[in-house]
Design a protein around this ligand. Structure first.
Ligand code: MG
Length: 219
């Protein structure tokens, strides 16, 4: 097994606190159960041919249009008085840097490790999440689903990430097995392993994660 020379980090739930907190706060503020929201996504998805959240994350649906479609569906399910509370406001007001993991990334980079970012994100959110953290200082390449028309766990986005990594200077030829994805969503990790990357799920404490990650690293 080749040792890992490149760490590919997810954004939400890895460089930040877990996302679930924001979802539950949104539920409380909007008065809309997450189950109802899930049902609305499914209903809109049936009409579009794909889950609207996936289309949003692939940059194929504008945020305003996504909100309009979901709100319209929620009104059908729950009544005309329903208003779709802006999720982005909620999300960003409850989002904080995961400092212990960021410290690790700085240390890894300082020791010669190479860093890529692979995020399922919303195109319109880019200015907000990028200014939260020293993204450009840390990561040599950034693959953002909202700008590339694909998203994790689609294999094509892992292929694109590997191609971007192979273009980095002074890295030489890189095999997929020399890269590890750190992601909080199991389906993303499973698909990454299928593709040939190593993968570590970000779950539990940062120490738990580093306990799994460090033994894989040769740099
Ligand atoms: Mg995530």
């Amino acid at each position: 097994v080749a040792g890992v020379r490149v760490v590919i980090s997810d954004f939400g739930g890895v460089l930040t606190n877990p996302l679930e907190e924001a979802f539950y706060d949104w539920q409380a503020a909007s008065g809309i159960q997450l189950e109802e929201l899930g049902n609305a996504m499914l209903a809109v998805g049936e009409r579009l041919g794909e889950n609207p959240l996936y289309r949003l994350e692939k940059g194929l649906l504008a945020e305003a249009e996504f909100e309009r479609l979901v709100e319209e569906q929620l009104r059908e399910q729950l009544g005309p008085e329903i208003e779709f509370v802006d999720f982005a406001e909620f999300y960003f007001s409850r989002l904080f840097p995961n400092q212990p993991f960021l410290d690790f990334l700085h240390e890894y980079k300082g020791g010669g490790g190479r860093l890529a970012l692979l995020t399922n994100n919303v195109r319109e959110w880019e200015p907000r999440w990028r200014k939260m953290l020293p993204i450009d200082e840390l990561f040599e390449t950034i693959v953002d689903s909202g700008f590339v028309g694909m998203r994790k766990p689609e294999p094509e986005i892992y292929q694109l990430t590997l191609e971007r990594i192979r273009e980095l200077p002074e890295l030489g030829s890189v095999e997929a097995g020399e890269c590890v994805l750190v992601d909080d969503i199991e389906a993303n990790c499973a698909a990454a392993r299928e593709f040939g990357f190593a993968a570590v799920r970000y779950v539990g404490s940062c120490d738990d994660v580093l306990g799994e990650l460090r033994p894989l690293l040769v740099v």
